[in-house]
Design a protein around this ligand. Structure first.
Ligand SMILES: Cc1cc2nc3c(=O)[nH]c(=O)nc-3n(C[C@H](O)[C@H](O)[C@H](O)COP(=O)(O)OP(=O)(O)OC[C@H]3O[C@@H](n4cnc5c(N)ncnc54)[C@H](O)[C@@H]3O)c2cc1C
Length: 490
């Protein structure tokens, strides 16, 4: 047995190997590990070969699991996480630092709080208050390495991830890459429409809209016709929140900055393919959100699809056209892809099929969590909604399961607990569905604000956002209407 294990462990010197074994078996709970798990640990024993005898003798067994104890000192499991969104950040925060070494990869250097993008786009809060440098989040975690890189390809056989800055080996790989805007294959719309899937894109919308008002002042009638129409496509929460927010600054904020503009001629359109706004919420929320928006002067066009947009003329499926230089596309998302996964593991919306423990179908050590994961459950036979709450809780479940797996214990299935759905339309105007309970108006708006403040990562940012909101509430004004653009070098 000893020589067998010795061979398995890569031919480690027999005397040292005996020491390692006796040291491992001193760990009481080690006895309860299944033999396969023991072998897995022993296979990693060569790493211990580099230790001095003194170091070997000094190893401690205070941990509940001999593997954990070994890992703590020398042979942690290597987890590579792609994406520092809600899911990736939560997983990295929850994994046991004694057992796992983590490499967190993201193509940008900050975590983004997407639910408040629309407030950046409408000049209500600063971009920095919803963007958190990833290195700062984990500055006290010694076991987490951060790399700013784009993940390009998985080489599952070699347990290797190919990225824009080189290749990385892993024991476990977790995909938490979220979604991107879905243009449903229409490249013309993609070329001309504005999107809201990153802080940078939110700033882009803010710049564009403020530049539009600068242009209206000095434009000729031909251009004015298109400058004075702002179109939002998609009346889910993002579209509704944007439309309400633009309507508020149109009435209360912008006229003070641009007294020369006739704002009664500035139109906000909200276009939706289904029959109602907030189609995933209760009938009451649909009705209330439409009433609020109409009263705020938003033109809602439901059961209509955008067929084409060439940068000036937007054409609907029934032939109606709208002249506009501003189209914000909030009509759907599709999961970010990566090369190297088998086609069998891809579900509709480019999501990745996972089992109840987020393990990707057909793989032993590659997981998907958050928006990118497609998990069928009895409660959600067509997959979970793509929400921050799902991403956060799938990450928590997976971190727990990876620990349980090491101990050889039974893994836990994930299920989404619907804590309610909400959307805000403007000052004192929001809708909330908690099961059968429907709330609207001030109370719903207050709940919406409190919950979003709670979810924001740092205390400093919670405070900044709270002050901004309080200031805007009292003065009906914000002072964040900056057009910020980099100078291009020749
Ligand atoms: C405008 C807007 C408003 C929203 N409002 C709400 C709301 O009110 N409530 C709610 O619950 N949900 C809301 N959502 C949805 C919520 O934001 C998502 O469900 C959540 O962000 C999903 O988390 P995730 O970790 O799966 O992905 P994300 O948070 O999207 O994170 C993915 C990360 O992966 C990175 N990445 C992607 N591809 C690569 C690659 N190839 N290499 C390296 N890094 C990569 C990205 O840069 C990003 O940081 C909103 C979304 C948007 C866009």
């Amino acid at each position: 047995m000893l020589s067998e294990l010795s061979a398995l462990s890569g031919g480690i010197n027999a005397d040292r190997f005996r020491k390692i074994l006796s040291f491992q078996d001193k760990g009481a709970s080690c006895i309860y590990l299944p033999i396969e798990r023991k072998l897995q640990f022993y296979k990693k024993a060569p790493r211990l070969n580099n230790l001095t005898t003194k170091q070997l003798n000094n190893l401690k067994f205070s941990h509940y699991l001999c593997g954990a104890s070994l890992s703590k000192h020398f042979m942690k499991q290597k987890i590579v996480i792609i994406g520092a969104g809600f899911a990736g950040i939560q997983l990295a925060q929850n994994l046991d630092s004694d057992v796992f070494d983590i490499l967190l990869i993201d193509k940008i250097n900050h975590h983004q709080f997407q639910p408040l993008f629309y407030q950046v786009a409408t000049s209500q809060i600063e971009p920095s208050s919803i963007s958190f440098p990833i290195r700062n989040i984990f500055k006290r975690k010694k076991n987490i390495q951060i790399r700013m890189a784009e993940a390009l390809e998985i080489q599952a056989e070699q347990k290797t991830l190919v990225t824009s800055i080189g290749n990385f080996q892993y024991d476990h790989l977790v995909l938490a890459m979220g979604c991107k805007t879905n243009f449903f294959g229409n490249s013309e719309i993609e070329k001309h429409a504005l999107t809201l899937k990153s802080t940078a894109e939110a700033i882009n919308i803010r710049n564009h809209v403020l530049e539009t008002f600068e242009s209206i002042i000095s434009s000729n009638d031909y251009d004015k016709a298109a400058l004075q129409n702002l179109v939002i496509v998609g009346a889910g929460p993002t579209g509704v929140e944007l439309a309400g927010s633009f309507a508020e600054i149109k009435h209360h904020v912008l006229p003070k900055d641009y007294p020369g503009i006739d704002f009664s001629k500035f139109n906000i359109y909200l276009i939706e393919g289904s029959a109602h706004t907030l189609n995933n919420m209760s009938e009451k929320s649909k009705r209330d959100s439409e009433n609020y928006l109409r009263k705020m002067g938003v033109s809602i066009l439901t059961s209509k699809f955008v067929k084409q947009y060439d940068g000036r003329t937007l054409t609907l499926n029934d032939g109606q056209t709208i002249e506009t230089y501003t189209v914000i596309w909030a009509a759907g998302v599709v999961a970010n892809g990566i090369k190297g996964l088998s086609n069998d593991s891809i579900a509709p919306g480019n999501r990745i099929k996972v089992n109840r423990q987020n393990l990707i179908q057909g793989y032993e050590n590659i997981y998907a969590i958050g928006d990118i994961a497609y998990m069928e459950t009895p409660l959600y036979p067509k997959g979970h909604p793509q929400l921050a709450n799902v991403a956060i809780n799938q990450a928590k479940n997976l971190s727990q399961n990876l620990g349980l797996q090491l101990k050889g214990q039974t893994l836990k299935d994930y299920e989404y607990k619907d804590l309610g759905t909400m959307a805000t339309i403007g000052r004192n105007k929001a809708v909330v569905d908690f099961g059968k309970l429907h709330l609207k108006g001030y109370i719903a708006w207050f709940i919406w604000m409190s919950l979003h403040l709670m979810l924001i990562l740092s205390t400093r940012n919670k405070l900044i956002i709270f002050i901004n909101w309080a200031w805007a509430y009292m003065t009906k004004d914000t002072s964040l209407r900056l057009i910020l653009k980099g100078n291009k070098k020749e």
